[in-house]
Design a protein around this ligand. Sequence first.
Ligand SMILES: [Zn+2]
Length: 109
Amino acid sequence: MKMAETIRLVTSAATKARVFNQALIALLLVLGMTGCAHQRASTATANHCPKCGATLVHVRPGMTTIEDIREFAAHSKLPDRDQIVVDGWMHPGTYCPNGCYEVLETYKP
Ligand SMILES: [Zn+2]
């Protein structure tokens, strides 16, 4: 009786583990696909301005430093470049240095 109960418990735990593993794999697949979709989107925008062909600059929190932003703004033709140099801040996104293209991105913490 006790033995049978133990076996049932073990079997049940094994089934749960299998279900959990499958759920985990499904979750990873979904995450992987979103990751790929994001990469595809990034590649689609390419690294050059669709209007003037200039190299686009990506501003990403935690990756782009204040110095990067100031450097980019100082050499850009953005209408608010002086303010950006003063602030050392730009909304995260992708910018054309000639100001003809910008895509703001929202990053969740
Ligand atoms: Zn441009």
